[in-house]
Design a protein around this ligand. Sequence first.
Ligand SMILES: Nc1ncnc2c1ncn2[C@@H]1O[C@H](COP(=O)(O)OP(=O)(O)O)[C@@H](O)[C@H]1O
Ligand code: SF4
Ligand SMILES: [Mg+2]
Length: 329
Amino acid sequence: MPVAELAFAPGIDAYEPSHRGEPILEVRNLAVAVDDGLAVENVDLSLEAGRTHCLVGESGCGKSLTCLALMGLLPPGARGVSGNLRMKGRSGAIPEKGPPEGLAMIYQDATASLDPLMTVGRQIVEALPADVPRRARRAEAEDLIAQVGIPHARARFESYPHELSGGMNQRIAIAIALAARPSVLLADEPTTALDVTVQARILDLMLEFQQSTGLAILFVTHDLGVVAQIAHDVSVMYCGEIVESGPVTDLFAAPRHPYSRGLVECLPRLSRQTERLESIAGIVPPLQARPTGCRFASRCTRADDLCSTQRPCLERRGNTGAVACFNPL
Ligand SMILES: Nc1ncnc2c1ncn2[C@@H]1O[C@H](COP(=O)(O)OP(=O)(O)O)[C@@H](O)[C@H]1O
Ligand code: SF4
Ligand SMILES: [Mg+2]
């Protein structure tokens, strides 16, 4: 990837709506239990129509489990979910089976999420709302194939996933998610496996769709460069918890949590003349070996005695954003 000044990409202002509305989806106290303990804990999220909220963090921090839990699709090995969800004015416990109406997801491994025995066109048709008349369903699916930028939509309708490239299958997965006409889209690393040009086209496509429909997007990624291009709001996840959240401009200009700062410093920038990229020393501790105090303590240069015995809670700091740290920046 070319080294670029990514932190304040021009796209951010272009996608900024004129006012902030009521959240379309609110999650409170989400927790997901697996055999070894709570893989996700105390997660609060708020998504608004027409805005993109990025969920960032290293591998193993609980991003995918968070999305799967919201979809009511816990993977084998997950034991249960708790928390509350309010969507379009309706609130209740997070459903354990199946997604709430209006919620769709693009899965982390799109090709694996497709049915290998069914044509991609049929898979899109199956995702269309039940009230689309039978005779219109094929035409609508072909339209979606064209909209996601796949040429020869009529012929492609009959293709099976193994006949398409990874990038095309990713587009089909997006078409399937959009076919359901969701008001909230959970996109779990939808571009991670793709080369940069395909990635850029897919991001454009999602943002165009967002602008025309007011879709709220929760976009999961570990790539802060992508965050800089598309996010309005960001939540940083570490060891199953949100450690910082707020507007994207604040996160890049003045991260408050040492982990967020580490992630931001990993971004290549033209203005920084260093020989090598900064990185965060150490690894995410596995679930069985999480420390009792702050979970970031073993990697944190600001840790003190309190950090090794107490866990900080996410607290509001100033007018915008929140941070979980005893010694924030
Ligand atoms: N199916 C599963 N069964 C048991 N534990 C799981 C399962 N999926 C994830 N986990 C646990 O939850 C943690 C977070 O996983 P995941 O949500 O996939 O992280 P991320 O998407 O941030 O990389 C993992 O490190 C693992 O300990
Ligand atoms: S609470 Fe302590 S260990 Fe945790 S991030 Fe803040 S300073 Fe570092
Ligand atoms: Mg994941």
